[in-house]
Design a protein around this ligand. Structure first.
Ligand SMILES: CCCC/C=C/CC(=O)SCCNC(=O)CCNC(=O)[C@H](O)C(C)(C)COP(=O)(O)OP(=O)(O)OC[C@H]1O[C@@H](n2cnc3c(N)ncnc32)[C@H](O)[C@@H]1OP(=O)(O)O
Length: 280
């Protein structure tokens, strides 16, 4: 079993920076700024950046490669207008075989572990709606900037007859605290941009992507004189408790997912939810 400390040390080693970069997947576009070394990673799986096994795998590979090629920071955003991510692809969870469901969940776990624990400074540039898994992606970054006030963000799983897994919940607790998390998650609340700003679920609300990029630059600028090793260690120690739970409980977490998602009433609810989305 990998402990948090082993994980931190393994991932904090510095390597030389390469200027050009390809994500290797048509679902993820990566542009690295030659001057700053900051990578803008844009999800582009039409129509709504549903997080299926392929997109999750492509994100995971991208995070790995950015670290190996020594990017200096990462902005996680979307190339789909008005959508950050619609969260987990419900089609993957509806009528899935145990093998496919297991692969899907394990890929999600790996992607999250990589994103949550990366020593790179990370910004979520939230340029669209971010329900459920979309909110998880944004919350796993260190700084959240939302562009425009018309979008919503939150963990709405209970509205689908599901529950946010413990590590989704813990990630939110670490940002807005247990009281607000409990209120939000039990009711499946999607926060408006203004509400999210007020509660601290997002750090900034800006009017344009240009402003969001300027805010991101300012955030990355905080670390100009901080040695990467010291920053990475500090980040991971702050995040250790949340991370450690999943590192130690991956199999258990997968079992909980498999048992819950295959319950007949849960499957029925997912089917109805999918239908309601398609009917719109
Ligand atoms: C223990 C179990 C733990 C399980 C954890 C689950 C976490 C999750 O992430 S569950 C996913 C929760 N996500 C949602 O509730 C979001 C649902 N989607 C929406 O609210 C809206 O689609 C949107 C606000 C994101 C976008 O609205 P918009 O009007 O632009 O697009 P739509 O017409 O609604 O959708 C277009 C198209 O995409 C399909 N779709 C939307 N979301 C999903 C999804 N999460 N998975 C799969 N497919 C999705 C929708 O059915 C439409 O399909 P058609 O083009 O075929 O009609």
């Amino acid at each position: 079993m990998t402990t948090v400390l082993q994980h931190v040390v393994r991932r904090s080693i510095l390597r030389p920076f390469a200027k050009s970069f390809s994500s290797g997947s048509p679902l993820v576009d990566v542009q690295v700024n030659d001057k700053t070394g900051v990578a803008i990673v844009k999800m582009g799986r039409a129509p709504v950046n549903g997080l299926n096994t392929e997109l999750l795998g492509a994100l995971n590979d991208t995070f790995d490669s950015l670290e190996k090629n020594k990017a200096t920071g990462m902005i996680l955003s979307s190339s789909i207008p008005n959508i950050y991510s619609a969260g987990l692809d419900i089609s993957e969870m509806y009528n899935g075989t145990p093998e496919n469901l297991t692969k899907f969940w394990n890929t999600l776990q790996s992607m999250w572990i990589n994103l949550y624990s990366t020593p790179l400074p990370t910004v979520a540039l939230i340029n669209g709606n971010a329900p459920a898994g979309g909110c998880l992606l944004a919350m796993s970054c260190e700084y959240r900037v939302m562009v425009g006030s018309k979008f919503v963000i939150g963990l709405n799983e209970t509205q689908l007859g599901l529950f946010a897994p413990k590590w989704f919940q813990d990630t939110m607790v670490s940002i807005i605290g247990p009281r607000q998390t409990e209120l939000a998650l039990t009711s499946g609340k999607l926060f408006s941009a203004q509400e999210a700003l007020k509660i601290g679920l997002i750090d900034e609300l800006v009017a344009s992507e240009e402003e969001a990029l300027a805010s991101s630059d300012k955030f990355f600028g905080l670390f100009k004189r901080i040695p990467g090793y010291a920053r990475g260690q500090t980040k991971n120690f702050v995040r250790a408790e949340v991370l450690d739970w999943l590192l130690k409980n991956r199999e258990h977490d997968t079992k909980v997912f498999l048992n819950s998602i295959q319950l007949p009433h849960v499957q029925k609810g997912l089917g109805l939810y999918l239908q309601s989305l398609k009917k719109k």
